[in-house]
Write a new protein. Structure first.
Length: 489
């Protein structure tokens, strides 16, 4: 527990001398006075282990943060990374004004919204609706302004009838949805986000990140704390690395990533040779459908209901019937290991006479980035003939999930090739396929799954995906000088 003995006060919010700087931190530090009883041997041992200064009464000082300096410009995203206990959350609490610094100054310019933990600022006895108006008032909005934006907040949160229930009955996901909706829809100039986007399903996470991207495009600023280095690299212009409360690096994201990884290697006592354990990974050759996989899954394995907003395209020509996702054992699954095969089954119905049918699957990660996309056009040397109204078209597609661990969603699509009565190998040129292909329907967010790193030693690639390829190494011997005339060689 913090004792209120600090005398330095947080600098009152004000505009920095540089008009483009919205947050400036100088010499920021936060000290905690930790109390313990002299008779508490465990506390004494713990203090010695951490190298903390111990007082006669057993109390000691602990600096959670010290010596932090940075300036956040308008429209910039600053990432903050570090191990647990590095001081990341403390930094955001100080910038948000939730906690007062022991030393240093903080200058702010603009309305700050801080999403630091689930349900922060919510009264558990009040309903979601009541908490929206309370939080909005804290952020400086009038009741009339909040009433005008409430519909937008309610739509973004997607918690339905729970909006009028006490928030003490909310799940973690509901807390996240409502908290994020309030802060996003009230349009802050400076957004502080601490790790909470790791909570909730992938579809809401993608929705939140899409809103954040729109804010960034509109010139808003953000300080983002996350253990997800992919997210940090994608959104941050600069990254601050903290270690035991002290800044050790501030700069380009990839370099910050390297510094952070090196810190972790040193703490674990590992050698820093990045590819010491690398070994050749053989991609699975294309195969047919294994015998253990059903030709077509059981009815119970399919998803057959999709919200109208998830379906785009020519709904008068074709409609989606159902989608299923199976693992290598032929069972429905939402969890795979890196490198596993995933089998996608999807079925459409032609509502009109159509050309040669084509189906496809697109995989997206949690950050709305397309990782993979292929249609039956790239897989089949020959395709079916044209289809008549009322025909059902089934697709079975295998994708090897040689991708980084994380959450993924997928969409399925239907199109047709219009250039002839069938698709022959001669027509499968890139130019021919682009000229003759017409997209008819897309089903967004048709399903989701998680890829886990079951054996890290098997994954030696960096980035989003493992791409097939090879590498040759040739060492050229240095040229030797010709012997001089009259000398022995």
């Amino acid at each position: 527990m913090e004792a209120n003995t600090d005398t330095d006060e947080r600098h009152p919010p004000g505009r920095d001398s540089n008009g483009d700087v919205v947050v400036r931190v100088r010499g920021l530090g936060k000290r905690f006075h930790l109390q313990s009883k002299a008779s508490n041997r465990f506390s004494k041992s713990f203090s010695k282990l951490l190298g903390l200064k111990e007082r006669e009464d057993g109390a000691h000082d602990f600096w959670a943060l010290r010596g932090v300096d940075f300036a956040l410009e308008k429209g910039e995203v600053l990432g903050v990374i570090g191990s647990n206990g590095a001081g990341k959350s403390t930094l955001l609490q100080l910038v948000a004004g939730i906690s007062r610094p022991t030393e240093g100054e903080i200058f702010l310019s603009g309305r700050v919204a801080a999403i630091l933990e689930l349900g922060s600022g919510f009264n558990p006895e009040f309903t979601g609706r009541e908490n929206v108006f309370i939080n909005g008032a804290i952020l400086g909005f009038s009741r009339r302004e909040l009433a005008g934006r409430f519909g937008e907040i309610e739509e973004f949160a997607e918690i339905g009838e729970f909006m009028d229930q006490p928030v003490k009955f909310y799940s973690n996901g509901m807390f996240l949805r409502l908290s994020f909706a309030v802060h996003m829809c009230l349009e802050p100039e400076i957004l502080l986000v601490d790790e909470i986007l790791s909570v909730g399903d992938i579809f809401f996470q993608k929705k939140c990140l899409g809103h954040i991207e729109a804010m960034m495009a509109d010139g808003k600023s953000m300080i983002l704390v996350s253990h997800d280095l992919w997210m940090i690299r994608r959104y941050s212009a600069r990254v601050l690395v903290l270690d035991h409360g002290k800044p050790v690096f501030l700069g380009e994201p990839l370099l910050a990533d390297s510094v952070y990884q090196e810190l972790n290697r040193k703490k674990a006592g590992e050698r820093s040779e990045s590819f010491e354990t690398a070994r050749k990974i053989s991609h699975k050759p294309p195969t047919g459908f294994p015998a253990r996989l059903p030709e077509w899954p059981h009815e119970r394995d399919f998803r057959e209901s999709f919200p109208p907003s998830a379906i785009t395209g020519d709904k008068e020509s074709v409609r989606i019937l159902r989608v299923a996702l199976l693992n290598e054992e032929g069972r429905p699954s939402k969890r795979f290991a890196v490198g596993d095969d995933a089998w996608f089954y999807y079925e459409f119905e032609a509502l009109k006479d159509l050309g040669v049918p084509l189906g496809g699957v697109i995989l997206e990660n949690a950050y709305n980035v397309i990782i993979h996309g292929k249609t039956s056009l790239e897989h089949l040397p020959e395709a079916a003939a044209r289809v008549r109204a009322g025909a059902r078209v089934r697709f079975r597609q295998r994708i090897q999930l040689s991708v980084e661990p994380g959450k993924y969603s997928f969409m399925v699509g239907f199109g047709m090739e219009q250039s002839g009565d069938c698709v022959s190998p001669e027509k499968l040129t890139p130019e021919g396929s682009l000229l003759g292909l017409k997209q008819l329907l897309r089903v967004h967010d048709a399903g989701s799954f998680i890829v886990e790193d079951s054996d890290p030693q098997k994954r030696v690639f960096l980035g989003c995906a493992d791409l097939p390829g090879n590498c040759l190494v040739e060492v050229m011997a240095p040229d030797l000088p010709e012997p001089l005339e009259g000398t022995e060689s």
